[in-house]
Design a protein around this ligand. Structure first.
Ligand SMILES: Nc1nc2c(ncn2[C@@H]2O[C@H](COP(=O)(O)OP(=O)(O)OP(=O)(O)O)[C@@H](O)[C@H]2O)c(=O)[nH]1
Ligand SMILES: [Mg+2]
Length: 319
């Protein structure tokens, strides 16, 4: 993922070779190319526009640090803007799961990775934070969806269990039963996995909205496939309008998509990206790291650290 974008951006910066202050002409030429590169990577148009404006205002007239080339300095400015667009350096990826049983609800389109991510989260919370986790599938639509979640719970460890399956119960009733079970058995966390649909429809929205009302989750996570491009942004806005979403999980970040959805999603919804799925296995879940992803998009890690060091040195000299 992101390779094409990295390559295009890499070529752009080689063209900037002058010295002194960054000229508007140089910056504009580079920004034109960056704009095309981002649009080709499927980043949403309004997001591209904001991004370009932000970089321009930071770059034009900026004094070029003595020991670096202007092109290198623009790379650093673009990198900083990417980090910001992805949620910033100090992005909060922790989950609010303090008062037991803390409820986490998963929502998203069909096949986006909700059930897999539910299993991954359970493994992570039980291993890293020593939580006892109960998983409940509210997916009454797809045959074997509940069994799928039970199998994932089994693959975790003894601190993760699945709510026993009762056939024929409605999602809202399963949610109530899960809440009771979590309280009575003293679980720290209850994760509710919901049913997906191929496209957003009223019935699904009503169902997830009702579940959210019953469960009053402290975290409601929208799971989105990072490979779906522009559609993902539209989906995210519509879920955000109906559910009290608290964060995003981007799955299939291990795939070879163009990465535009990942870049747009946070900007369009204002929601933090908390995790990214990086594989099919249960350990394929990483906390989202804006700096790491920005570095991957740009593919210019050496230059970024070079400019950071040069800037630090200049600050010391000034002082
Ligand atoms: N490569 C990769 N595959 C993933 C990732 N997350 C999920 N998958 C795969 O995507 C497919 C669908 O995942 P599910 O977790 O069943 O998706 P879902 O949203 O629960 O699907 P429905 O319940 O049908 O709506 C499975 O084959 C998963 O193994 C990921 O981060 N990387
Ligand atoms: Mg599922």
């Amino acid at each position: 993922m992101f390779d094409t974008l990295s390559e295009r951006l890499g070529g752009i910066f080689d063209g900037l070779t002058g010295r002194g202050a960054l000229s508007e002409k140089d910056v504009n030429a580079a920004l034109r190319e960056i704009r095309v590169a981002l649009l080709e990577a499927d980043v949403a148009l309004p997001v591209v526009k904001d991004f370009i404006d932000g970089v321009r205002s930071r770059a034009v007239g900026e004094e070029v640090i003595r020991s670096v080339k202007p092109g290198q300095q623009v790379i650093k400015i673009v990198y900083d803007a990417l980090v910001d667009m992805l949620g910033g350096e100090e992005a909060d990826t922790s989950l609010r799961i303090d008062s037991p049983p803390a409820i986490i609800m998963m929502a998203g389109l069909q096949g986006s990775g909700k059930t897999t991510t539910t299993g991954k989260l359970a493994k992570r919370l039980s291993e890293k934070e020593r939580k006892r986790v109960l998983l409940a599938s509210l997916d009454t639509r797809r045959p074997a969806a509940m069994e799928q979640l039970a199998i994932l719970a089994d693959q975790c460890n003894e601190n993760v269990s699945a709510l026993p399956i009762i056939q024929g119960q409605l999602p809202a009733d399963i949610a109530r039963r899960a809440l009771n079970a979590a309280k009575i058995s003293g679980y720290d966390v209850l994760i509710l996995d919901t049913a997906g649909r191929t496209t957003i429809d009223e019935q699904m929205m009503n169902e997830v909205a009702e579940i959210a009302q019953i469960a009053n989750p402290s975290e409601t996570l929208l799971v989105a496939d990072a490979l779906t491009g522009q559609d993902a942004v539209e989906t995210a806005s519509r879920f955000n309008a109906r559910l009290p979403l608290t964060g995003l999980v981007l799955t299939r970040m291990d795939g070879d998509g163009r990465g535009g959805a990942a870049l747009s999603m946070r900007a369009v919804t204002g929601l933090p990206i908390k995790f990214m799925g990086v594989g099919e296995k249960l350990d394929g879940l990483d906390a989202f790291d804006a700096k790491r992803v920005a570095g991957r998009i740009l593919g210019q890690g050496d230059i970024v650290s070079l400019v950071e060091k040069a800037a630090e040195q200049m600050d010391t000299e000034k002082a």
